[in-house]
Write a protein that binds this ligand. Sequence first.
Ligand code: C5P
Length: 398
Amino acid sequence: MLAGKRVLLIIGGGIAAFKSLDLIRRLRERGATVVPVLTRAGEEFVTPLSASALAAQKVYRDLFDLTDEAEMGHIELSRDADLVVVAPATADLMGKMAAGLANDLASTLLMATDKRVLIAPAMNVRMWEHPATQRNIDTLKGDGVLFVGPNEGNMACGEFGPGRMAEPLEIVAAVQAAIADGPMKGKHVLVTSGPTHEPIDPVRYIANRSSGAQGTAIARALAALGADVTFVTGPADVARPEGVRVIEVQTAREMLEAVQGALPADAAVFAAAVADWRVENASGSKIKKDGKGSLPKLEFAENPDILATVSRMKKGRPALVVGFAAETDDVVENASAKRKRKGCDWIVANDVSPETGIMGGDENAVVVISDDGADVWPRMGKDQVAGRLAAAIAKALG
Ligand code: C5P
């Protein structure tokens, strides 16, 4: 699946660097050419000889190596690849990337490249959680850098939490999604997913049971067809899809803002279970019992309808807007009315009555409503629904 593809692999200085040697093997097994770049710190963990032997390529090591510059300049090196991968991406490398520093070969390549960049962060939990790293993550995501991991687990330093580098096969999946050649190559698709959380006070919120499984599967399926996917998700249970741009939000209003910021797009799929109402008088401090039995009086305000807002855009509306309708009765009738009301092109309707086991389950039974009428799909896995929907979107966009 990666035959003929060229990956520039920057190996940063972290204990996880040993896994990057396996990553080289795994990528090559799938037909990719891997050109390794070792940072100075990276060389403390893996030797240039092992990287070079496994890649069967020259290893690039230092910006001011004049022989390399004569053979292939750093600009050319950075553009010669189909994808730039940083694994492990240390806190230091991420800081440099976010700040736009270019003071060694790795950071210069990252600044000079015109290709997508996928990073696999790896660091101590506290370093990952540090506000400076969190700021850098936001900046990098905003710049379109793709992330895979980090995973949660025991760390080499003896602590537990997020910070472990993603496993080589997870990185391979992200690489495949990021450079997939397919009918959707060059198309930008926006996908919303998951529930939203609407605060009551700083510790309480209103939410719903959406797991984010269907939206995540759709984002993955679109990426597998080569689409450039922006995935705007509320606080969902399921792992984020690989090889897509992920924007995390909490509330409906944040979701709308993220969606508007991510446009233009060729298509938009609104799979999120957005809360219809928010608490208008949400408290800035925790609401306490007063001991006299008086109850808080919550006032509600209607949230913006993101699907309707985008469907009715006069300028810059995506060519294809797909909404979802979770219904418990008269599915086709209600969903058809919803399609008209919201102004979207397609509605993917499903029956979420408790006896169907669909909400929170692995399967879905949908009816796709468009100008052509109602197309009833047999009950199948959410991944299969996603694959079929992605293929239909690819066909519609031509
Ligand atoms: O009105 P209802 O919530 O049933 O509509 C469902 C569809 O509308 C879904 O596609 C959902 O993502 C979208 N929606 C939205 N913003 C809202 C409410 C729903 O985008 N505030």
